[in-house]
Design a protein around this ligand. Structure first.
Ligand code: MN
Length: 331
């Protein structure tokens, strides 16, 4: 997994929350992912939304894309499609993804880079492996997170942030057992580069086999650990969280999670997890495919606006090997 890896001896350390008397959150629940196909047919694991967990407010969707080792000609992306009412955050650990949108944003992200798109009032975009990767094949592993926008920001102007792996906030847990890459939010004064509209913390953590990570966490943020690869447990009670599962903590206090001593060969650096949490928006959610609003009427308006071209147009220099404008975007 060639996301950023450094020796934890060489990076700043977070403090031990036990030293200033912080109690730890208990585990609330552990949720399984569903396995599905997205876009043109790439495999994803999705801990939410599912029948058991419709959202993890302020997060709407989490898709682990791969890891998949594509043969020549097999790599897949999405066709051009619209979004309105939230933000899509794509973090790539292995492989390459190309992105273009109708406001001229876009670029190529790889190995620890993040692309942060605030869809706001509406945007069209395409996410696809570059042509050379399709031809050659290769390993692909990434994550897409949807972050909701509060009602008063749903119709904000669309925006694009291109975040390079070298911009991430790199810190370690107090004893060096966990390498933490902060993508957005702040841990112990160490900030991630993602500019968020609603307060969240989003990080990729590698926990050395057998190591326990204990970090402070803001009381007003919920907290979750999603297992990308390998296995471990959350809380001081050590509630098991296996690969593809999402462990959710109760509210209030610091958090802890522990990697199992034995990890699979493909997670040789340790238990690979996403650490995420935020301040819940606590508003009604009305969703239909790529649109997430507060009411059904707003969804109808979103669909009409998309159909009449008010969410923008596919640029003339569109990526040639992907994306027909007349494809149904709602599936
Ligand atoms: Mn999209």
């Amino acid at each position: 997994m060639p996301a950023i890896y450094v020796d934890t001896l060489s990076v700043p350390r977070l403090s031990n929350p036990e030293l200033y008397g912080r109690g730890f959150r208990k585990a609330h629940k552990v949720f399984d992912s569903v396995s599905t196909l997205e876009g043109e047919g790439f495999p994803v694991r999705r801990p939410f939304p599912t029948a058991r967990l419709s959202q993890a407010d302020p997060f709407l969707l989490l898709d682990q894309m791969g890891a998949v080792d594509y043969g020549p000609g097999e790599a897949k992306g999405t066709p051009w499609h619209p979004h309105r009412g939230f933000e899509t955050v794509t973090y790539i650990m292995d492989g390459v993804m190309e992105h273009r949108d109708s406001i001229g944003g876009g670029g190529v992200i790889t190995n620890g880079d993040t692309q942060w798109m605030t869809a706001g009032a509406g945007i069209l975009h395409i996410e696809t492996p570059p042509e050379w990767l399709v031809v050659k094949g290769g390993l692909f592993h990434g994550v897409q997170l949807w972050v909701n926008l509060p009602a008063h920001q749903k119709m904000t102007a669309p925006k694009y942030q291109d975040i390079h792996s070298s911009d991430l906030g790199i810190v370690s847990s107090y004893d060096g057992g966990g390498l933490i890459r902060v993508i957005a939010g702040e841990l112990g004064g160490h900030k991630g580069p993602g500019m968020t509209q609603t307060p969240i913390i989003y990080a990729h953590v590698t926990v050395a086999p057998g190591a326990r990570v204990a970090i402070d966490w803001p009381d007003d943020h919920n907290a979750m650990v999603y297992a990308l690869a390998g296995s471990g447990s959350i809380s001081e009670e050590r509630v098991a969280v296996g690969e593809g599962q999402l462990g959710v903590f109760e509210r209030g206090g610091a958090i802890s999670f522990t990697a199992d001593v034995t990890q699979p060969a493909y997670a040789s650096a340790g238990w690979e997890v996403l650490l995420l949490g935020g301040v819940p928006i606590s508003e009604p959610v009305a969703r239909y495919g790529p649109f997430v609003m507060n009411t059904r009427d707003e969804l109808v308006k979103a669909y009409e606006d998309f159909q009449s071209g008010r969410m923008g147009h596919i640029p003339a220099e569109k990526i040639p090997h992907r994306g027909a404008a007349d494809e149904d975007p709602i599936n």
